[in-house]
Design a protein around this ligand. Structure first.
Ligand code: GTP
Ligand code: MG
Length: 195
C-alpha cells in the first residue's frame, strides 16, 4: 500500500537534526544490507530513500515524514571497511547521540541479511539499544535470495536466537514485499506507546 512520504532533512551533524514532530522509527544495519530499500518498500515508493550499488552511500541521518503522523529515520550503515576511520568515528558519535537522546524515538529496526544472520556489529547494536531502553525489532531481509527450505531454516534459527531476548523478528524481502505488512503491524504497535 502506498503511503504519503516526504523528505524532511538530512543531518551530517547534531545541529542539523530537525526538531521531532512525530513518533520516530529508525532503520539501522550494516552498509548495503538494504535499509533504504526496506524504507522505500514500506512506504510503497521506489525513490524516497536513495538505493545504491555503492556501499556506504547513506552518509547522513535522513528524516522522512510518513502520512503526516510518523517519522522514519534512515541511519548511516555500519561495518563498511573502506570508510576512513575518522569518518566512522564521526558517524558513530552522531548515531549514538541520536539513539540515546531522542525522546521521540519509539523503536529501531535493526536490519540484517537473512543469509548472514546476526553478526558481531548487529549484536552490539541490539545490546546497546536494549541497554538504553530503546526497543529493537530485528528484520532479516533479502529472503527472496534463498530457496524456500533454506529460508525457513534460517528464519527459525534467527527467531530461536533472538526471541528469548524479547526482540520481535520479521523475515522480509524488499524485492517482493514478503513480510512488509508484518513489519508495519509491529511498528504501529510500538509507535503508539511512549517509552
Ligand atoms: P547503504 O545506505 O549504502 O548503507 O545501503 P542500504 O543498507 O541502504 O542498502 P540499499 O537499500 O541501498 O540496498 C543495497 C543493495 O541491495 C541494492 O542493490 C538493493 O537493490 C539490494 N537489495 C536491498 N534489499 C533487497 C532485497 O530484499 N532483495 C534483493 N534481492 N535485493 C535487495
Ligand atoms: Mg541506504
Amino acid at each position: 500500500m502506498a503511503h504519503a512520504a516526504r523528505f524532511v532533512a538530512g543531518a551530517a551533524d547534531a545541529r542539523q537534526v530537525p526538531p521531532p514532530r512525530h513518533p520516530e522509527i529508525a532503520f539501522a544495519g550494516r552498509s548495503n544490507v538494504g535499509k533504504s530499500s526496506l524504507l522505500n518498500r514500506l512506504v510503497g515508493q521506489h525513490k524516497l530513500a536513495r538505493v545504491s550499488k555503492t556501499p556506504g552511500r547513506t552518509q547522513q541521518i535522513n528524516f522522512f515524514e510518513i502520512d503526516g503522523r510518523l517519522t522514519f529515520v534512515d541511519l548511516p550503515g555500519y561495518g563498511f571497511a573502506r570508510v576512513p576511520l575518522h569518518v566512522k568515528h564521526e558517524w558513530k558519535a552522531l548515531v549514538e547521540a541520536y539513539l540515546t537522546t531522542r525522546r521521540a524515538l519509539r523503536a529501531v529496526v535493526v536490519i540484517v541479511d537473512l543469509r548472514r544472520g546476526v553478526e558481531d556489529d548487529d549484536a552490539q547494536l541490539l545490546d546497546f539499544l536494549q541497554a538504553n531502553g530503546v526497543p529493537p525489532i530485528l528484520v532479516a531481509t533479502k529472503s527472496d535470495k534463498l530457496a524456500y527450505g533454506e529460508r525457513i531454516r534460517r528464519a527459525r534459527a534467527l527467531t530461536e536466537a533472538v526471541a528469548p531476548l524479547g526482540i520481535p523478528v520479521v523475515v522480509c524481502s524488499s524485492a517482493n514485499g514478503a513480510g512488509v505488512e508484518d513489519i508495519w503491524k509491529t511498528l504501529e504497535a510500538l509507535a503508539r506507546h511512549a517509552r
